[in-house]
Design a protein around this ligand. Sequence first.
Ligand SMILES: NC(=O)C1=CN([C@@H]2O[C@H](COP(=O)(O)OP(=O)(O)OC[C@H]3O[C@@H](n4cnc5c(N)ncnc54)[C@H](O)[C@@H]3O)[C@@H](O)[C@H]2O)C=CC1
Length: 441
Amino acid sequence: MFEARHTMEAPTTTSADKGASGGDDGSGWFASRAYPETPPSGERETPGTTDPALSQISVRRPALEAGPSRDAALIRRTMAEVAPIADKVTSYFYALLFVRHPELRSLFPAAMDTQRDRLLRALLTAAEHIDNTEVLVAYLQNLGRGHRKYGTRAEHYPAVGECLIGALSRYVSAIWDEETEAAWVRAYTTMSQVMIDAAAADELRSPAWWYAEVVSHELRTRDIAVITVRPDQPYPFLAGQYTSMETPWWPRVWRHYSFASAPRSDGLLTFHVKAVPAGWVSNALVHRARPGDIIRLGPPTGTMTVDHTTDSGLLCLGGGTGIAPIKALVEDVAEHGVRRRVEVFYGARTGHDLYDIDTMLRLQHNHPWLAVRPVVDEQARVQLPDAIRAYGPWNEYDVYLSGPPGMIRSGVHVLRNVGVPSERIRHDSVEELILADVQGP
Ligand SMILES: NC(=O)C1=CN([C@@H]2O[C@H](COP(=O)(O)OP(=O)(O)OC[C@H]3O[C@@H](n4cnc5c(N)ncnc54)[C@H](O)[C@@H]3O)[C@@H](O)[C@H]2O)C=CC1
């Protein structure tokens, strides 16, 4: 069996679960420029610190030239080789991990099918942005914070890194050489350090997860429920963000749901859940959950939030349960009290599937700046994104897309077509959405 020739460096900050201090400074990444102190819009976090442990990391990080680096090229080449055989590589990786480190098995769900996609997605995303310090560091920090709820600790990262390199070297042996391995060791060490630091910093300000009690459960259609929960402690978030949820029936299986309301004074959180075929978590939430049940919530995440520094109009497209965060955004605009035009196109397959239309029409009734336009597939001659062509112009609007991945893709296409600049278009990652509805085996 392959043994990594380079030893994984031990993390430089102490474990996230030991109350270590740490910051979110991602300086010293592949490029020479420093990571900016202000995170991308919507990210709520404290600026980077000058923790001595971190300056130590900067020194130890690879000092590479700005621009596309040799390491980045080698990593991209590996990932291009891995892509067509991703399933095999990830299966082998987990086999290696659980044989060498059986104590880590309990951190993962009993059924590993969906987990496999997650590792690969994380790697592909990291490889894709390896030359874009800002995007990559923000992504990894988020990943590090999100890993706290799994019970991940700093000392787990070297084990994962060794098995990852073991799996890669075995399956891309044709191009694997010492230089490639050294590039992976450097990249993984740096990436895991960003995650560890972000987790440690997050530990100082918020719990790894929240317990929440279901306080109401309303079946709106045969397969859609509106569920309201009360977290056991304050849960700060922004309208337009989403969270991860674990039910008592499927331990360690987490699924993403958007907040369907802006933050409320009573602290309650509402979600719209559609039971998808073989979707374990969604079926449990729709058909099994009842008031009194206790679920777990991960931290809030996502950047599909309203920029309150401008008064541009908002164009919102919500397809199916994708209307949930759109409703939260409308409430957010209403609470800020600034008169700005908000146009919502709400798409569904049938009139019956417009399960939240009464709420949206009530909001329209109360707010003269809001227009809500239902688009029902079986009545409209065009699909949701195309429906916006009959209105506009939209090039001065900030646009929010929320719904199935196909709708997001075609929505971006239509919007670009009608002249909306890409920097004005916001939506959650399509990959996240695909994972949100992941099927069981
Ligand atoms: N529950 C939640 O909090 C959230 C859910 N989502 C995602 O929204 C989706 C909702 O699923 P369903 O309610 O079953 O929606 P659905 O599949 O019934 O689609 C809703 C509407 O979106 C439009 N649409 C769908 N596919 C399209 C395509 N390829 N091109 C153009 N328009 C298209 C159509 O107008 C359709 O009626 C899921 O993928 C879910 O992950 C997104 C954000 C939040």
